[in-house]
Structures are given as structure tokens and as C-alpha cells.
Design a protein around this ligand. Structure first.
Ligand SMILES: Cc1cc2nc3c(=O)[nH]c(=O)nc-3n(C[C@H](O)[C@H](O)[C@H](O)COP(=O)(O)OP(=O)(O)OC[C@H]3O[C@@H](n4cnc5c(N)ncnc54)[C@H](O)[C@@H]3O)c2cc1C
Length: 364
């Protein structure tokens, strides 16, 4: 039996960023428990690595902006390499569509996108350009957050331990590990640890696929990211001499199947590529994979104290923006855990308390 100040369940970006912020706040006895052989094997290494601060949920935009500032200005002791490649990001939306959540009026045009990608559609759409955004070094970011931390790999938390309404630790197989505070940061599996907590399995794990094409002659590594929002959502960016593409599929799945490829996705890739990049409609995947984006019912993250169990905290439901927003998530949760309050303007929007009356999803 061992005992720690803090146990964090899950060594993805949510757990890693929380551990880092706690350490900055002076907490030095932290155990991160990870079921896999290495940290970050699931969503945190299977994503598109795009840094985008314009997000439909205003509370998350705030987190993204703060995190981007931190990554951009990170000291060499945090990361020896730059964490952001500011290749630029174009966001498009149908003309006069519902993209009112965009922070400003359109400031660019399809012809600017076509100057980089001649195969892009010539439709009349609204375009925004964010010159300082682009891609994130997701592996570097995870390792930077984890430096100096203790991660126990190959250790699955089977259940939380309680003393009445206080979380006291976790059980992993036959072993009980105790802690003064416990953080649930286990991504797509968050519903599995809800038993006896204040949340009734409110998380919705969704599968999304990504593909990387073979090398394409006109694609160089510093071309911008293009993200077309709306009913035909699609994004792409350069990767390994070709294009990384998402057809933005969004399917509710049992988390165990989140990384199983659906063969039908090839059709969707072809259909959307033909729509957005008509000149590249015969593009084929060289690599194809999928991962989990896990949502709360209102699509805001779930960050803060459990509504009914003392000493239990959530850093879950990071949806499709967890890499971008991780720094701010860690900062917020660290404030809740160390100061028992969080003055961040988005804190209330992310509180687990808002989900207490959400009925459990029967199928997941
Ligand atoms: C296709 C795709 C594209 C994306 N693109 C972007 C993007 O461009 N930009 C962006 O910002 N975000 C993006 N995201 C979202 C981002 O990847 C996620 O928000 C983020 O990785 C979630 O991190 P996490 O730590 O919550 O989950 P995870 O990385 O999945 O970590 C959870 C960890 O908990 C562990 N675990 C689970 N249960 C247990 C248990 N019982 N005991 C011990 N360990 C356990 C798991 O093994 C895992 O390592 C994308 C996601 C996908 C799937």
C-alpha cells in the first residue's frame, strides 16, 4: 500500500498538464497512473495537432488563447524546441452562415487559400486568417508537461476508493493506492469511473478518423492549415510531404472501439475531398487512423471539483481542443485543488456541477 498527495488517473495531455501545474504550485508528491505501457498513447497522440483558438464555445476560446500564449512564449526549461509552428490557419464558413461565434469579421478570401492550395474550391465563402496559429508539437508538449513527474505505466485503475463522501484513493487490481486528492483525467473512459461520484456518466466519446496521403508534388511543410466549418466540415494541412485530412466524422462509440477504423470512412474522405479540393479528388490514404474526442452534453470541458465527493476532481471531456487548451486546463484544476477556488472567467462554465442532472446515455 502506498500513499501520495495526489493521484492523477490517465497520462494523456489532461493528466500531464494538471500534474505540471500542480508541481508549479508546490505539490511534489504526485502519482500519475496510466493503464498503457506509455503516456499519451490514445487521443493525445492520435490527433491532428492543430492549434486553433476560434472555438464555438466562448469559454474554450479563452482557454485556447491563454494556452497558445503560454506555448508561444514557453521558456527553454519547459521546452527546448518551439511548440508552435505558426504556419497560419484559415477558417472558412458558408456565406452569412451561423459562424457568429467567430471572433471577428472575415479578413481573408478563397483566393488567398488558393494561392497556397490551387486545388481548393473556388466557392464564394467567408474566410478568416489567423497568422499566428498553425500546428503544435504534440509529443514535445506532452513530454514537457511530464518532465520530472512519476508515471506508473501498465496500471489500470479499476475503481475509486471512498470513505463516506471523501475520495481516498484508487484500486488497481489487488492493490490499493491512497491519496489526499484524486483527479480523473482518463479521456474517453471517464464514464467508467463515475460510480459513486456526483456524475452519472455524462461523457460522450466520439470517434474521428484522420488520413495522411502519400507525397504530393506541390505540398511543402510550411503551408497553412485550412479548416472548413459548417455542414460539410473538413480540414487539412501538410504532413510528411502529403496532406493530413479529416472528413470530420463524428460517431458516438463505445470507447473500446474508438481506435477501430470504419471501412466506410474512405467513401467520406473521397466525397469531401472532391468537394473541397476538387483537383485532388483521387487522393488515397497512405496512413489512416482514428481516435476519441470525448464531449460533455454542452461541449464545454469538465474541469473542477466533483459535485458530491470531496477531494475528487475532474479534467475530462476535452473534446476536439484538448491539445490546444491543455495548459489552461491544468492551471484551472490546480487552482481548484490548491486554493479551493478558481477565479478564471471560464471556471463556472466548466464546473462538473452543471452536469448533475444529465441522464446517463444508455448505449455507452
Ligand atoms: C482525430 C482527432 C483529432 C484531433 N485534433 C485535435 C487538434 O487538432 N487540436 C487539439 O487541440 N485537439 C485535437 N483533438 C482532441 C485532443 O486529442 C483531445 O482533446 C485530448 O487528447 C484529450 O486528452 P485526454 O488526456 O483527456 O485523453 P487521452 O489522451 O485519451 O488520455 C487519457 C489517458 O487515460 C488512460 N486511462 C483511461 N482509463 C484508465 C484507467 N482506468 N486507469 C489508468 N489509465 C487510464 C488512457 O490510457 C489514456 O492514456 C483531436 C482528437 C482526435 C481524436
Amino acid at each position: 500500500m502506498s500513499s501520495h498527495q495526489v493521484i492523477i488517473i490517465g497520462a494523456g495531455i489532461a493528466g500531464a498538464a494538471t500534474a505540471w501545474s500542480l508541481k508549479q504550485a508546490g505539490v511534489d508528491d504526485i502519482l500519475i497512473i496510466e493503464q498503457e505501457a506509455h503516456a499519451g498513447l490514445h487521443s493525445s497522440s492520435r490527433n491532428a495537432a492543430i492549434l486553433r483558438t476560434a472555438i464555438e464555445q466562448p469559454a474554450l476560446t479563452q482557454l485556447a488563447i491563454e494556452s497558445a500564449d503560454f506555448y508561444r512564449n514557453a521558456t527553454s526549461s519547459f521546452s527546448a524546441q518551439p511548440l508552435i509552428d505558426e504556419v497560419g490557419l484559415f477558417i472558412t464558413a458558408e456565406k452569412d452562415s451561423s459562424a457568429q461565434w467567430m471572433p471577428s469579421s472575415p479578413n481573408s478570401s478563397v483566393s488567398e487559400i488558393r494561392a497556397h492550395y490551387p486545388d481548393f474550391t473556388d466557392q464564394d465563402i467567408d474566410v478568416w486568417h489567423f497568422a499566428n496559429e498553425g500546428t503544435l508539437d504534440i509529443h514535445g508538449l506532452l513530454q514537457s508537461f511530464l518532465q520530472g513527474q512519476t508515471v506508473r505505466n501498465n496500471c489500470k485503475v479499476d475503481e475509486l476508493l471512498f470513505n463516506n463522501d471523501i475520495a481516498t484513493g484508487v484500486r488497481c487490481g489487488d492493490e490499493e493506492i491512497y491519496a489526499q486528492q484524486v483527479v480523473i483525467a482518463n479521456g474517453g473512459w471517464a464514464n467508467h469511473l463515475c460510480s459513486r461520484t456526483g456524475l452519472n456518466q455524462p461523457f460522450r466519446p466520439h470517434r474521428r478518423h484522420l488520413m495522411v496521403s502519400g507525397p504530393l508534388t506541390q505540398i511543402v511543410h510550411d503551408l497553412p492549415v485550412v479548416w472548413s466549418t459548417g455542414s460539410n466540415e473538413f480540414y487539412f494541412r501538410p504532413e510528411s510531404g502529403g496532406l493530413l485530412i479529416s472528413a470530420c466524422d463524428h460517431e458516438l462509440v463505445d470507447p473500446h472501439y474508438g481506435e477501430n477504423i470504419d471501412p466506410k470512412i474512405i467513401e467520406l474522405f473521397a466525397k469531401k475531398t472532391e468537394y473541397w479540393l476538387p483537383g485532388l479528388s483521387d487522393i488515397q490514404p497512405k496512413h489512416l487512423w482514428s481516435g476519441l474526442r470525448t464531449f460533455s452534453p454542452d461541449n464545454n470541458f469538465v474541469v473542477g471539483p466533483d459535485p458530491s465527493i470531496n477531494n475528487l476532481y475532474w479534467a475530462a471531456g476535452l473534446a476536439g481542443h484538448g491539445m490546444t487548451c491543455a495548459y489552461a486546463v491544468g492551471q484551472m484544476l490546480s487552482a481548484w485543488m490548491c486554493d479551493k477556488k478558481c477565479t478564471h472567467p471560464s471556471a463556472n462554465d466548466l464546473l462538473p456541477q452543471r452536469l448533475v442532472d444529465i441522464p446517463r446515455l444508455a448505449s455507452i
